[in-house]
Ligand binder design. Structure first.
Ligand code: ADP
Ligand code: MG
Length: 253
């Protein structure tokens, strides 16, 4: 039923039946951020405020250079804003030093990038297990194996990234991001380096995992149909939130 609605032309006009947002998992208030030095300094995020409920899925869209990736980095605690506040799962990032923020990320934030970002000298299993070990999990190897099984890669655990297809590498990256059971998963154009069929499989897997685990999901995409699979669609333009109204965003074929 859900998939019928999602794939129909009415998608976006019908509220998603799985949307049951709880308390805010992400609360961003009046965030400004500039990056770069001297004449190359760019004011990227301008007075951004955004609240995302527990378990909610958000599609983040907007033209190239509008600040989508930077906003994702701010939510993930990988970039600190110049001003404003970021609170994830009740923890204000301002109150954490770099080490504490890194520990928080390791437990609570899963990140998936367009270009996979796997460590080439480590097997699939090691790519998933090592971050778990660093986050203090005693059962890292077993947990990593289980996570790889769950993304359909039980038979590829001892392969290196170069021995895996793009789709398989992104599955490893997804397993790595999900293994700590994070409160939020942020994905930056996760299908950008994949062909259409493989990309669709990764996205289906992402939504299956969301349905199983209920983490808050923020998905950056330039694909409006994909964004429409999310509960909300937020559009950025020139570093500002231009719209947070899914019904206003047309699905382009
Ligand atoms: P998007 O993901 O929407 O394409 P980005 O968040 O990557 O946009 O970038 C927004 C703007 O900020 C772009 O103009 C980009 O060139 C600039 N930018 C991103 N990172 C940096 C940086 N480290 N230093 C200077 N400018 C940057
Ligand atoms: Mg980007």
């Amino acid at each position: 039923m859900d998939s019928l609605i999602e794939s129909s032309p009415l998608a976006g006009l019908v509220a998603s039946p799985i949307a049951r947002p709880g308390p805010d998992t992400i609360a961003i208030s009046n965030v400004d951020l500039s990056l770069g030095a001297g004449a190359a300094r760019v004011h990227i995020l301008k007075d951004i405020s955004l609240r995302v409920g527990q378990g909610e899925t958000i599609g983040l869209i907007g033209p190239s250079g509008s600040g989508k990736s930077t906003l994702l980095m701010v939510m993930a605690g990988l970039e600190r804003p110049d001003s404003g506040e970021v609170v994830v799962n009740g923890t204000p990032f301002n109150a954490l030093d770099e080490d504490a923020l890194a520990r928080f990320r390791g437990r609570q934030v899963g990140i998936v990038f367009q270009s996979f970002h796997l460590i080439p000298t480590m097997t699939a299993l090691e790519n998933v297990a090592v971050p778990l070990e660093l986050a203090g999990h005693d059962d890292a190897a077993a947990r990593a194996a289980q996570e790889l099984e769950s993304v359909g890669l039980g038979h590829r655990m001892h392969h290196y990234p170069s021995q895996l297809s793009g789709g398989e590498q992104q599955r490893v990256a997804l397993a790595r991001a999900l293994a700590p059971d994070p409160a939020i998963l942020v994905a930056d154009e996760p299908t950008g380096n994949l062909d259409d069929t493989t990309g669709k499989q990764i996205v289906d897997l992402l939504f299956t995992k969301h349905a199983e685990r209920g983490m808050t999901l923020v998905l950056v995409t330039h694909d409006s149909a994909l964004a429409h699979r999310c509960d909300r669609v937020v559009r950025l333009r020139s570093g500002r939130i231009e719209s947070d109204n899914k019904a206003q965003v047309k699905v382009e074929a």
